[in-house]
Write a protein that binds this ligand. Structure first.
Ligand code: DBV
Length: 251
């Protein structure tokens, strides 16, 4: 069972159709990794594969896909815009664990509390959000400190039925990515130095938070060990500072 493969296939096909894509390097040894988890009859192979590409306006489009049988499936799909665009991040965290599904979908804002930014990048998503949340009820508590990184159109739900993931969640995923690509089409480069600095700081804030609080760290460490995990997180999943080492000095 690979619940999220159709999501990834659709996303890649759509990106290919709508953007001018080029490859994005995946560090050696991180394209694919497998380990056997569990004991005795419960042994299952857990395979993690990575996908990445880029486009003129999008610095990194990347996915981590974890396939570990019926009780462990993850698609973490994030788009990081180039630093000279005020575009939000596209963030999808689609997670299936023994206890059920956990779905987070959003266009994560650079400037959550700026009304003009919200009007530009959250308001157009609200009709889609309102439609989907009829069927995908609010998923309940999530880490309070993460709030700053989500938009008012944050779809957060914990469906119990796999069929809901295959239908309604898939539809929401397609709607959100299509809306995101409309933002990308329209985006114009930012030239004002002050605005660019603000974008850079907001990207760093987001990136550092995600790398530090990555909810998959525990799972990856158990499966593949701490060294592989830290390198995967900082060298691929959240790699901005590696790509621009000079940024590490700016706070
Ligand atoms: N989450 C990631 C990456 C993953 C991943 C890179 C490659 O950011 C998977 C894998 N997310 C993943 C797993 C779990 C979650 C949970 C395996 C389950 C962890 C567990 O229960 O053991 C949204 N993801 C979550 C949760 C949230 C998100 C709110 C519940 C976490 C919790 O209860 O502590 N997406 C996540 C998030 C941000 C985001 C916090 C913040 C900006 O974009």
């Amino acid at each position: 069972m690979t619940l999220y493969q159709p999501f990834l296939d659709w996303a890649i096909a759509t990106l290919q159709e709508r953007l001018s894509l080029s490859p994005y390097p995946i560090p050696e040894g991180f394209e694919s990794k497998s380990a056997v988890s569990g004991k005795g009859k419960r042994q299952t192979e857990v395979l993690t594969t990575s996908f990445a590409c880029q486009s003129p306006k999008l610095r990194q489009i990347r996915a981590a896909h974890v396939q570990g049988g019926e009780a462990l499936q993850v698609l973490n799909f994030v788009i990081f815009p180039q630093l000279n665009y005020d575009l939000p991040f596209f963030g999808g965290d689609l997670v299936t664990l023994p206890g059920g599904h956990l779905i987070a979908l959003d266009m994560q804002p650079l400037f959550r509390d700026d009304p003009a930014y919200r009007e530009k990048y959250a308001d157009p998503v609200m009709p889609s959000f309102e439609r989907h949340r009829q069927q995908l009820s609010w998923g309940g508590d999530f880490p309070a400190e993460a709030r700053a990184f989500f938009s008012p159109a944050f779809l957060w739900t914990r469906p119990t039925e796999t069929a809901v993931v295959e239908t309604q969640v898939f539809e929401a995923f397609r709607d959100y990515l299509n809306l995101y690509l409309e933002f990308v089409d329209r985006a114009e480069p930012v030239t004002d130095p002050e605005r660019r600095e603000a974008i850079l700081q907001a990207q760093l804030r987001y990136l550092r938070y995600r790398a530090e609080k990555d909810p998959a760290r525990g799972m990856f460490t158990r499966l593949y060990g701490p060294e592989w995990t830290e390198e995967y997180i900082h060298g691929f999943l959240f790699d901005l500072e590696r790509k621009f080492p000079e940024l590490s000095c700016t706070v």
